[in-house]
Design a protein around this ligand. Structure first.
Ligand SMILES: [Zn+2]
Length: 270
């Protein structure tokens, strides 16, 4: 972490991570301590399937700076039981500050089950609407399809974020027009990812978020990962912040401030 750009003045909000991941279970306290030391003050911690929802709930109940979300990610459709949706609703009702996520569509998977993915995402969008919760969305190569599902679901009163944005400029506009937030991850720091950097510049100030997606999506500093173990950490959000600030030609403090304000609005952190 010593090679990371420093941030000692402005608090940051990691708009999407997975602190419950098994890769953090041995040293989560130290990981969070390092992140807090680098200014990462809040985490939006997303569940991915019924087997990790309890771990997300436990983490969030022990630290009010961790905002939980519960959802079924398109990679884990097989993990769902017959009563998964009722279980999800129970988690959400028990945690009134929680969002719905991570949910979405992934058309880059080797085995695609598009109809099943669409049905699962639609039922969770309906739940978010009914319970008035913000939604964290995963989308890979399914941009027209996710927009179709959002339109079919109807307005999401509590809003939504498309995390680790990898779509085109055109969809930045379409998603923002629909009230969405666009979040950028460490993939923005990869030298060849010009498209993401162009999209990052195009997002309106009040729609922009930053995230780590830790333990995945390792950012690069001058083309190299900040640590050799392959595990991304929330503290690396500073690297994403620095890249966004450079792309948009704004100061790090300005980007820190506006992404914090946006994340607090979306995740309803007073
Ligand atoms: Zn994720």
């Amino acid at each position: 972490m010593s090679r990371s750009p420093m941030n000692d003045s402005y608090p940051l909000f990691d708009a999407h991570n997975h602190l419950q991941d098994i890769r953090f279970s041995a040293d989560i306290a130290e990981v969070l301590h390092r992140a807090r030391g680098l200014g990462v003050t809040y985490d939006a911690c997303c569940g991915t399937n019924p087997d990790d929802w309890s771990a997300v709930e436990t983490l969030a109940s022990g630290d009010r700076r961790i905002v939980p979300s519960f959802g079924l990610h398109p990679w884990y459709l097989e993990q769902r039981t017959e009563d998964w949706l009722e279980i999800l609703e129970a988690f959400l009702k028990r945690n009134p500050g929680a969002g719905v996520g991570e949910i979405g569509l992934d058309h880059a998977l080797a085995t695609r089950r598009d109809e099943e993915q669409a049905a699962v995402v639609q039922s969770q969008l309906a739940l978010a609407r009914r319970l008035d919760r913000p939604v964290s969305i995963h989308c890979r190569r399914a941009w027209a399809a996710i927009l179709h599902e959002l339109n079919k679901a109807g307005p999401l009163s509590a809003g939504f974020v498309v995390h680790a944005y990898s779509g085109s400029l055109e969809f930045v506009e379409l998603l923002c027009a629909r009230g969405g937030y666009i979040s950028f991850s460490g993939s923005l720091t990869h030298p060849r990812n010009r498209r993401a950097r162009a999209c990052c510049v195009a997002v309106p100030e009040d729609r922009l978020l930053i995230e780590t997606d830790a333990p995945d999506m390792m950012p690069l500093i001058a083309g190299r990962p900040p640590s050799a173990n392959g595990r991304n950490e929330p503290g690396n959000l500073v690297v994403v912040l620095e890249t966004v600030a450079r792309c948009r030609e704004r100061s790090m403090s300005r980007i820190a401030e506006l992404t914090m304000r946006n994340a607090r609005r979306l995740f309803r952190v007073p």
